[in-house]
Ligand binder design. Structure first.
Ligand code: AMP
Ligand code: GLY
Length: 425
């Protein structure tokens, strides 16, 4: 079977790594890929958003299954386009992917179906937004409605910050079209977890729960990023909480999307705040999380091709998805300045040529090859995933290798998973 993965980040490297293990895969391609993916798949220089070219490639190469990484391609309708010509694709249609690409659509659907979430109001003009903010209790959350690579959310602790965020989005158009409408949302206080699930629009199979670290600095300080590290399984999600998440969040949203004629096929990701033991939705994503994928896929025992095929063929109810009883921790190395502007093209030293040990995986994110050297090409550069029988051991494995990879301005958080370890030693 010929498989094509779309995207170029750490998530896509983890997808390629897992798919490469399937005895059913005879050829693996990635568009456009990165310097790490190159060693496991043939990289094709077509951008993830160039849907006509991707489609032409999939047709001419006779691709049997295409797996979409990034939200941008889904929001552009890649799944709709591929299905039109009977190409099998793992990922939701543009209509279903609106659960991520429009936070207002998602919020309305949650409210209509009594899915627990923070209360919110939407605004498309700055004056009413500012008037509403003036009387809103603090902290308050201001969100750009569209896709902003995890950077369009401001948790404001002062009215001035909140006003600035709303003005930046609505007036100064900091996020372009994605910020033409904003949500002003009640701030929830609790612990965050991410639960991703495979779904074919009927059956929902949750993955092991993970915890992301969104802020750039240790101790959850500084601005939000795409994700600085993650670990799984998150001990906070007990089996009974996992059942509640399935019953009150994942199943109802999948049903709701099917009922409005936008059945969701692929991976649905719920970003949740656990408030006094109960889950509230912060956001839905229409795809695998990054870096959650780098900790969740190494724990998947079942052949990923089998799972994806069952989703695409709407027979997920007939498959048992199994997991390794291990823990994993991923630490992301980023460029100086990220999530703001940063330099690229800096040589990366100490990248292992092969897997450093059975307990460590190095997933490239923003890297590219320049002659013999591998250089930085993005904000998130490399993710190191450690595995072990316990979280503490997985963490140790990851940090051991993190310290050996170097580039100018390298930054990483030194406290990935440590909060959980303090609570559950
Ligand atoms: P989102 O992209 O909507 O998940 O938001 C990014 C981050 O902002 C989340 O991971 C949370 O840390 C924070 N956040 C978003 N919405 C809320 C909320 N209603 N209350 C508290 N924190 C929030
Ligand atoms: N880790 C958060 C995301 O993938 O959006």
């Amino acid at each position: 079977m010929k498989v094509l993965v779309i995207g170029s980040g750490g998530r896509e490297h983890a997808l390629v790594w897992k798919l490469a293990q399937s005895p059913r895969v005879s050829a693996l391609f990635c568009a456009p890929g990165n310097a790490g993916i190159e060693s496991q798949a043939r990289c094709i220089p077509i951008a993830a958003e160039d849907i006509p070219q991707l489609k032409a490639f999939a047709v001419s190469e006779g691709i049997d299954l295409t797996v979409v990484g990034p939200e941008g391609s889904l929001a552009l309708g890649i799944a709709d386009e591929f299905r039109k010509v009977k190409l099998k694709i793992f990922g939701p249609t543009r209509g279903a992917a609106e659960i991520e690409s429009s936070k207002i659509f998602a919020k309305d659907l949650m409210i209509r179906h009594q899915i627990p979430t923070a209360s919110a109001r939407s605004f498309d003009r700055v004056a009413p937004a500012l008037a509403y903010l003036a009387h809103h209790p603090l902290p308050v959350v201001v969100k750009a409605e569209g896709l902003a690579q995890g950077k369009g959310v401001v948790v404001a602790t002062t009215h001035e910050q909140a006003r600035e965020a709303a003005t930046d989005m609505l007036e100064k158009q900091r996020f372009g079209a994605a910020g033409q409408r904003v949500l002003i949302e009640e701030c929830l206080d609790g612990a965050e977890v991410s639960v991703m699930a495979f779904t074919d629009g009927k059956t929902v199979v949750p993955m092991v729960p993970a915890q992301d670290h969104k802020r750039v600095g240790d101790g959850d300080t500084g601005p939000n990023t795409g994700g600085m590290g993650a670990y799984a399984p998150a001990p906070l999600v007990t089996p009974s909480l996992q059942t509640t998440i399935l019953r009150t969040v994942l199943c109802p949203i999948v049903d709701a999307l099917s009922r409005i004629g936008r059945p969701f096929h692929g991976v649905l990701y719920a970003g949740l705040m656990i408030v006094r033991g109960a889950p509230y939705v912060l956001e839905f994503n229409a795809r695998f999380g990054d870096p959650e994928t780098q900790v969740v896929l190494p724990l998947l025992k079942t052949d990923l091709v089998d799972v994806m095929e069952a989703v695409v063929e709407h027979r997920l109810d007939q498959l048992t998805v199994e997991w390794h009883k291990q823990s994993s921790v991923c630490v992301v190395l980023t460029s100086a300045g990220y999530p703001g502007s940063y330099q690229t093209g800096l040589p990366i030293h100490g990248l292992p040529e092969s897997r450093p040990s059975d307990d460590v995986l190095v997933f490239h994110a923003g890297t590219r090859r320049e002659g013999q050297a591998v250089v930085t090409a993005g904000g998130r550069v490399v993710g190191v995933t450690g595995l072990g029988p316990r979280l503490a051991i997985a963490r140790e494995q990851a940090y051991k290798v993190v310290g050996t990879i170097a580039f100018q301005g390298r930054h990483f958080r030194s406290d990935i998973a440590s909060h959980s370890l303090q609570a559950n030693p």
